[in-house]
Design a protein around this ligand. Structure first.
Ligand SMILES: Cc1cc2nc3c(=O)[nH]c(=O)nc-3n(C[C@H](O)[C@H](O)[C@H](O)COP(=O)(O)OP(=O)(O)OC[C@H]3O[C@@H](n4cnc5c(N)ncnc54)[C@H](O)[C@@H]3O)c2cc1C
Length: 297
């Protein structure tokens, strides 16, 4: 898989800085109207024909049809906008600091999460879940609770989408450079003596295919934060010669670091579609209610 015209969320501080943009709360300007509303959700996923499409489709090794975003804001620009907190157990299992997670939730929720106004058909879905025994009804909540709930949404009351790029609006533009339409091709590593390789920069391409390098300033406390997503981060590590050595060598890649687990153990929920024919047209809305059972689904 390759991404193109994506956003870099990698470096601080960066040098050189080929161009500086004003941080933007949307994806590329020309794509913003296309991803901006709940009603454009399906169309965006279906339109993968243009090189500038915000969506890239792929099929997993298990044969599951899926999509990933290649725009600033990532999957939040193309997904269904369902917003929910993870369960306390999940936070613990991931080894996250529960207090910090709580603080982060509150901050994120101020910027990108909203209470939904239940459409007719989602109200009917809510009633159906309750009738089917997914109880109690927990009303509107961001919390992961057993039962049926109205959950948060990243679409505001006007149906406009908010994304993971929105917080850039709150960033200090003097200390942040966002490169648009930049695709990282490789992380640059240096190896001193027998030491573990150290990342010192990235090689990235611009929209015209031109190649550029950006480095952590020499002697600075800067670091490279790899944030190309659950899929892209592993892909980028492997493209940078970090991963299962045998697999990398089979592609003629000169291994920097043998890490057998990189790229392994990935799973996703398969796409399920239930089609319910309606005798009359229904209001288009994103998913607004959820039923959570003891099995975790
Ligand atoms: C159709 C669909 C509907 C979904 N609905 C929901 C939902 O309602 N609620 C929910 O919680 N989840 C939903 N998801 C899942 C959710 O969107 C993803 O799990 C989530 O976006 C993954 O986040 P991430 O940070 O791992 O990666 P991403 O969101 O994919 O972010 C990765 C970012 O890195 C960039 N990138 C990758 N490689 C490079 C590179 N080499 N150079 C530069 N940039 C790069 C990408 O362009 C992207 O901006 C949905 C997913 C799909 C496909």
């Amino acid at each position: 898989m390759t991404t193109s015209s994506s956003a870099v969320g990698l470096l601080a501080p960066l040098w050189p800085q080929p161009f500086r943009t004003t941080p933007t709360c949307w994806c590329w300007n020309e794509e913003a109207p296309r991803i901006a509303t709940a009603t454009s959700f399906v169309g965006n996923l279906a339109d993968v024909s243009r090189p500038t499409s915000p969506t890239q489709s792929f099929v997993s090794e298990d044969g599951v049809i899926n999509a990933r975003a290649r725009v600033l804001g990532g999957g939040t620009c193309i997904n269904a906008g369902f917003y929910s907190r993870a369960s306390g157990q999940e936070v613990r299992e991931m080894g996250l600091d529960a207090e910090l997670a709580e603080k982060s939730y509150r901050w994120v929720e101020e910027v990108v999460a909203f209470e939904p106004q239940l459409s007719e058909w989602t109200s009917a879905l809510k009633d159906g879940l309750l009738e089917a025994g997914v109880t109690p009804y927990n009303g509107f909540t961001y919390e992961h609770l057993i039962g049926t709930k109205a959950r948060g949404t990243t679409f505001d009351h006007y149906g406009h989408r908010h994304t993971a790029a929105d917080p850039f609006e709150h960033a200090d533009p003097n200390s942040l450079t966002v490169l648009l339409r930049a695709t990282v091709q490789r992380i640059l590593f240096r190896k001193r003596g027998g030491q573990t390789p150290q990342a010192y920069g990235v090689l990235y391409s611009d929209e015209m295919g031109g190649m550029h390098e950006a480095y952590v300033k020499d002697g600075s406390a800067g670091e490279i934060i790899l944030s190309a997503g659950a899929l892209g981060s592993r892909q980028l590590l492997m493209l940078s010669a970090v991963g299962p050595s045998e697999h990398l060598r089979s592609f003629g890649i000169d291994v920097v670091l043998d890490q057998p687990m990189i790229g392994r153990g990935m799973s996703d929920n398969p796409m399920n579609i239930i089609t319910v024919p309606s005798p009359q047209p229904v209001e288009i809305s994103s998913i607004q209610v959820a039923g959570i059972t003891h099995s975790g689904n």
